[in-house]
Design a protein around this ligand. Structure first.
Ligand code: ADP
Ligand code: MG
Length: 226
């Protein structure tokens, strides 16, 4: 059984003058442990697809199952539960709390999603190479390090699927590479499946599979040979 099975997924925005077909018939099966990079021009539907996968948005049509069960739709509370149990998200802007230290940023998320576990928080920060920075504040570390904290934070609730939207979009290329290396290692260590949107072709080497979108459709879907 695939982790994700999507077939015929559409997301249409009906507006007065036109209908925007943000997703226009997506078929996608993803196995546990795959690392997918979604590439495509601006407006091709990448963010819409991630939002539908995360159950942040409701597809207009089509089927979507996760671990063999239909993903809830049109029911905010069930969608929130699905996200809480399964999905981690890393954003372009790191959104760390500035008044909390690196370690406290992780502990807070643990508290919100169950229980504080300092040992596990330190382990996650070590996994992203920040064991020396745990007592610093976000303003006292670099952008790349802040994004690594955000990755550790997204792992704190042990998601099955990690989603990233332009998560290196704010970083220079050397820093992007370091963040990607850390991300790949974290996904492998924790057994997490990754779907990541980018417009940076050079990041394809960190993926196991590259999916290209255009005008709401998949135009290519290829395994990466590393
Ligand atoms: P990408 O992330 O690839 O740049 P998006 O998924 O954000 O693309 O958008 C896909 C298409 O859907 C674009 O044409 C965009 O303008 C349109 N779109 C996205 N959100 C909305 C919305 N809330 N209302 C109307 N159109 C939207
Ligand atoms: Mg986008």
């Amino acid at each position: 059984m695939a982790l994700i099975e999507i077939s015929g997924m559409k997301r249409h925005y009906v507006m007065t003058s036109e209908t925007v077909k943000a997703l226009d018939g997506i078929d996608l099966h993803i196995q546990k442990g795959e690392r997918i990079i979604l590439l495509g021009p601006s407006g091709s539907g990448k963010t819409t697809l991630l939002n539908c996968v995360a159950a942040l948005d409701n597809p207009t049509e089509g089927n979507y199952s996760f671990e063999g069960a239909a993903v809830p739709r049109g029911h905010a509370e069930k969608m929130t539960t699905f996200r809480r149990e399964n999905i981690g998200y890393v954003f372009q802007f790191f959104n760390l709390l500035q008044d909390l230290t690196v370690l406290e940023n992780i502990l807070l998320i643990q508290e919100l999603s169950g229980a504080r576990d300092t040992k596990r928080a330190v382990e996650l920060l070590s996994l992203v190479g920040l064991e020396a920075e745990i007592d610093r504040f976000p303003a006292e570390i670099s952008g790349g390090q802040q994004q690594r904290v955000a990755i550790a934070r997204s792992l704190a609730k042990s998601p099955k699927l990690l989603l990233g939207d332009e998560l290196t979009g704010n970083l220079d290329s050397a820093t992007s590479s370091k963040v990607m290396e850390v991300l790949v290692k974290a996904c492998e260590t924790e057994g997490i499946t990754l779907i990541m949107v980018t417009h940076d072709e050079s990041l394809a080497k960190y993926a196991t599979r590259v999916v290209r979108l255009d005008s709401g459709k998949i135009i290519s879907d290829e395994k990466v040979s590393n």
